[in-house]
Design a protein. Structure first.
Length: 218
């Protein structure tokens, strides 16, 4: 468990590599009000794939989810949760480079944390939400400090077209990797998503690491 700045205890789990670690990543799950948890199949597989590439991965349940205390925080409380998770990861492994990532709501909230905190950590958003949803705020991308950023998106996503997401990525200088034939849930492509994240965060090459796709932005 970790404790947030406002005193909420959050449930966490580490996924550890079998070889010496080369980095550490905080991974944020999708929307709590839609049943999102750190145990979602895509989140678990992405964490395992990154661990296979030598990265220590910290997953956590947002407030009010699983064994985490508290209740839904409207998005703002969840930003505090991301802050606590990144602080805990940095304190646990101060010798390792740190990154932050998330899927859907988790991607949006982790980017909002970066905008509010001025973080320059490497970031990956897996199909981030780019429209207002359930009252949670969206990041003001002009507030983002320069950092290595990547968006992984399916070209059949139900919530944002490839063109929309490409334009969104370009608005703050992120690269984008489009996965052909995939929707918002990346069914049967979970390990490919994880391999893209592992490469972005400096993981060691793994067998399932896909070839580079055409990317937009810097």
């Amino acid at each position: 468990m970790i404790t947030t700045a406002d005193g909420v205890r959050l449930e966490i789990v580490w996924t550890e590599p079998a070889t010496p670690a080369v980095g550490c990543v905080v991974l944020c799950h999708p929307h709590p009000l839609d049943g999102g948890t750190m145990h979602a199949p895509l989140v678990r597989t992405v964490a395992k794939t990154m661990a296979d590439a030598g990265l220590r991965v910290l997953r956590f349940n947002f407030r009010g989810v699983g064994e985490s205390q508290g209740t839904w925080g409207g998005g703002l409380g969840e930003v505090t949760d991301v802050a606590a998770a990144t602080e805990a990861a940095a304190a646990t492994h101060p010798d390792l480079p740190l990154g932050v990532a998330g899927w859907s709501f988790g991607a949006t909230i982790s980017l909002l944390w970066q905008a509010e905190s001025g973080s320059t950590l490497p970031w990956v958003g897996i199909a981030p939400g780019i429209r207002p949803y359930r009252g949670a705020p969206l990041p003001v991308v002009s507030d983002l400090a320069p950092a290595p950023r990547l968006i992984v998106h399916g070209d059949r996503d139900q919530f944002a077209t490839a063109t929309e997401m490409t334009e969104y990525a370009a608005s703050f200088g992120a690269r984008i990797e489009l996965i052909p034939g995939s929707d918002h849930f990346f069914l049967y492509r979970e390990r490919r998503v994880g391999a893209l994240l592992a490469r972005h965060f400096g993981g060691t090459p793994i067998e399932d690491d896909p070839p580079a796709q055409p990317a937009a932005g810097r």
